[in-house]
Write a protein that binds this ligand. Sequence first.
Ligand code: DP6
Length: 331
Amino acid sequence: MTAVPAVTGTATAEANPNIALIKYWGKADAAYNLPVTGSLSLTLDTAPTRTTVTLDDTLAADELVLGGVVQAARPAERVRVFLDLVRALSGRTERARVDSVNLIPTGAGLASSASAFAALAAAASAAYGLGLDDRALSRLARRGSGSASRSVFGGIVRWYPGDDASSYAEPVPADLDLAMVVAIIDAGPKTISSTVAMNRTTATSPFYPAWAESTTAQLDEMLAALDRADFTAVGELAESNSLRMHATMAGAWPPVRYQTAASIALVDAAGELRAAGVEAYATMDAGPNVKFLCRPDDADRVAAHLATVDPGARFLSARAGRGVRLLGSSE
Ligand code: DP6
């Protein structure tokens, strides 16, 4: 998709989740979701969110329906705040009904705020008649959830730090075929939201300045590794950056810990696979599940070994996927 056309009324968009290889963890500005550092991710080809936004003047308030269930409280409030922003940008006042489904419910924490806000940004901007190009759409999605700025694009994507005008994501051309095996060990809700956890980490972890400095350096190294299609360096940087993020959180007070004993056993399994000659690198986000970066030809072997380490886990294999797409819109 190159641009969201200026049509109004109703619009449907679909977006995929992305997994960061160099993580976003910390806001320079919470109101605008401006990150402290740049980050880089892989958009997956699985678990899309499909969202329809329908303007409706008869509604007393915006309505959010997730998987057919009307939502109250925080998810609905977050969507209302986002729609207020779209209304302010469009100069319109209509309330809207937002109907969102995760097309492949994985229970993996993959039905994330990234795919949700990328799909919502595309559908809402089309329904309210904002004619946004992809860069403007990425900036808008960022306001809903930082990582959503990256799901606007497919493949490998970089998100820039900066101010409201300069903090957007864009694709990074790379001559590497990547696969990701997602080990789902716990489909339950997060113990603490990523927003709350990252704010606590920046405010209280004495390791935070070192995290920001090393992430900026690792992002540069990652871009250089991608440029020379060096899979090993990409994997090593991704695993190291994830471990550093979780170490930085452990230094917060109260401490933030998403890794469980089962997660750590799986992270160790990446080392076992490498010792056996299969390159797999582990990365974790704001939850206990572990994602493994590997070459597409190795994905089955990686999943088979992980299943011996954690027979209770479920596995999902993904490749690089597309960016957000508008499926339809009308007056
Ligand atoms: C660990 O984008 O969910 O997945 O901007 O507060 O909505 P908010 O946070 P969010 O944080 C994602 C954190 C992460 C790392 C990453 O995706 O870069």
